[in-house]
Design a protein around this ligand. Structure first.
Ligand code: SF4
Length: 436
């Protein structure tokens, strides 16, 4: 599934992030915290024939029996990335509407940043022409890493250097993402002024794929299906008082859908109820959704034109055009359009794997007699089982993080902790890379 390339140093790092390291860290007595992605939860649920909620509770029982301190849910941190992404999009859109000499040429289209397969490809093969378009918001994996190591540790009465944070993800590229220098930070001194034993802290210490978790379950000879369900750790898990999981519906993060709704409401006063009308373009892995200006829109534009000095939109004009672009072939097509300037998109949700993260290369493989397509369809339906659709802006955990720590969406603090940057890799280095 991976579209990038790895250096030999990266290969060594990938090998280090495995089950042996996980088990030995637990046996050394470190406080291990595990964050599970919703795609991995669905893969385990489908494999064992249980619901995602049951899979999560059984995983919690399993990990705790090994000595893991807490198990969280990255659909919770994904809500924070979505809130920050909405704010970033509005800023970029308004910049794109400024008169020419004030406009930032690189403001749109904004491209989602959650897929390290795509980021790796963009940095190593495309360089500076595409990087300014990529959203600066960290992925849900790195966001939960930041929350745990910079904030939640205190709630658990732990120092960040005492915590080993492991994520469970649908792909191997997440291991590369976790090891980026951008996601390591300097430990702040103890309250008494002394430094910790280790002074560089990784947001995510190690990544295990869903397939590796299955391997672990099998190696411990656990009958997972009949394992007793444990209560979930609620601190960073999207579970409501009635015991239901909640979150956005998109199987690769719901970026396009969430930002589209928010932009339609914020920029054009249009509330969109019900599902968005995504249309297939060429294939089901390339879909578009648009919003056309209406009389109501024109009214709002008159109002916001104080902020965006453009003459306004003509009724029927496309004011928002978003696309989902999954899989390498579609990705290359969109890149060609970006290179030649032949595009009119405002937002692109680019994911390297066909069908997105549910189909990632680190997910559990089909069982004997099951085709890849059958498994993919099963995962699509299991993914949404027991999960209530919810607006990330209404997530009480995220509201609490802003109130107590980050101040407000798009604040300087949120920019400091929840955003990152990308780096073009020189051709001379690229030519030395091995194929991945
Ligand atoms: Fe990983 Fe998802 Fe990207 Fe595939 S689409 S490389 S699973 S992040």
């Amino acid at each position: 599934a991976c579209s990038g390339c790895v250096t030999s140093a990266e290969t060594v790092m990938l090998e280090k992030q495995g089950l042996d390291e996980f088990m030995s860290t637990i046996s050394k007595g470190k406080a291990v915290i595990v964050s599970v992605s919703p795609q991995s939860r669905a893969s385990i649920a489908a494999h064992f024939g249980v619901s995602p909620l049951q899979a999560f509770k059984k995983l919690t029982r399993f990990f705790k029996s090994l000595g893991v301190r807490a198990i969280f849910d990255t659909s919770c941190s994904r809500d924070l990335t979505l809130v920050e992404s909405c704010l970033e999009f509005i800023t970029r859109y308004r910049q794109s509407q400024l008169i020419d000499d004030e406009r930032s040429n690189s403001s749109l289209p904004m491209i989602a940043s959650a897929c390290p397969g795509w980021i790796c490809y963009a940095e190593k093969k495309l360089g500076s022409f595409v990087l300014p378009y990529i959203s600066s918001v960290k992925s849900p994996q790195q966001t939960i890493g930041t929350i745990i190591k910079r904030y939640v540790c205190q709630d658990m009465e732990l120092r960040p250097e005492e915590v080993h944070h492991v994520t469970v993800m649908p792909c191997y590229d997440k291991k590369l993402e976790a090891s980026r220098d951008d996601f390591v930070f300097q430990l702040e001194p103890h309250a008494d002024g002394s430094e910790g034993e280790v002074n560089m802290i990784s947001e995510v210490d190690s990544v295990l794929t869903t397939g590796e978790i299955l391997e672990l379950i099998q190696s411990k000879e656990v009958d997972f299906k009949s394992l007793e369900e444990a209560p979930l750790d609620k601190l960073l898990t999207n579970i409501n008082d009635e015991g239901y999981l909640y979150g956005v519906r998109g199987s690769s993060g719901g970026y396009a859908e969430t930002i589209f709704r928010y932009a339609a409401k914020t920029l054009f006063g249009r509330h969109i109820d019900g599902p968005l009308n995504f249309r297939n373009i060429r294939n089901s892995d390339f879909q578009e959704v648009t919003l056309e200006a209406s009389r109501a829109t024109s009214f709002v534009i008159i109002f916001i034109s104080v902020l965006i000095p453009k003459s306004g939109f003509v009724e029927g004009e496309t004011v928002l055009k978003f696309a989902l672009c999954y899989g390498f072939r579609n990705l290359q097509n969109i890149v060609r359009k970006l290179k030649t300037g032949k595009y009119d998109y405002h937002f692109l949700e680019i994911m390297a794997c066909p069908s997105g993260c549910l189909n990632g290369g680190g997910q559990i493989k089909p069982i004997p007699g099951q085709s890849a397509k059958q498994l993919s369809q099963l995962l699509e339906s299991v993914y949404l089982e027991n999960v209530l659709a919810a607006d990330p802006f209404d997530n009480p955990i995220i509201k609490g993080l802003y109130d107590k720590w980050l101040e407000q969406p798009g604040s300087e603090k949120a920019k400091r902790y929840m955003h990152t940057q990308y780096h073009p890799i020189e051709k001379s280095v690229t030519s030395q890379l091995h194929n991945w």
